[in-house]
Design a binder for this molecule. Sequence first.
Ligand code: KMH
Ligand code: ZN
Length: 271
Amino acid sequence: MDKVIITVAPVGAEATRDDNPNLPLTPTQIIEAVYESWQAGAAIAHLHVRDPQGNPTQDPDIFRQVIEGIKQKCDIIIQVSTGGSTDMTPQQRAAPLTLKPEMATLTTGTVNFGSEIFSNPFPLITDFANRMRENNVVPEIEIFDTGMLDTALVLIKKNIISLPLHFDFVLGVPGGMSASARNLAYLADRIPENCTWSVAGIGRHELPLGTMALAMGGHVRVGFEDNVYYEKGVPAASNAQLVARITRLAQELGRTPATPNQARKILGLPL
Ligand code: KMH
Ligand code: ZN
């Protein structure tokens, strides 16, 4: 496994300009951030969008604008968030699936999320999975804690989602599974055969967990959604700066960043 799929998560729903003045907020800024990240080695863009006030929104019109802008510039795989933010209704969160993006996230359980709750009861998960099937959207299974992996296995058994699958382990959210090497190894060890995985380490954990994933044969997600710093106390200049660092580390470790089409092959997406 020499190719590594690098995902960029350029904005998320939680970070603000107070956290990092370089956070992309407008469609133009998000498009540019994704394009620069693609140039730096990213193959997947995990997308959230913001409204004109800079607040998180799942408005399909804004998603459409961002997706069309990205597609005019590069062939990066588009993955929309169905997580949205913790205060959104399921209906709001699922709205961008009607745009039929190549991929979307599917979180398979509920987790404390700082002082809030990221709510994903079983009926919501199955509803989102069904909508993805109807719209030919390939899910990426988001795992914030161990029980979510067990639920994903149940969903596979019930044929609500189908193999092969790509899992993203989001480690280090306050309230979720902690960002340790042992936890990463445990999760990576438990996914079904022929499946792939990436890690999204939150905050200061982004770099060490990403590096571990490179050494383990996994894939990596970086970006301002998960981490706004380049190093302790130093805000990153851009998402592309974080992608470029993972690309450099990958090359040192004998892993080549996959192009989007190479990533599509690895993930079983149509070319
Ligand atoms: N913003 C978090 C509450 C996803 O994109 O699928 C959820 C999230 C997960 O970001
Ligand atoms: Zn997200």
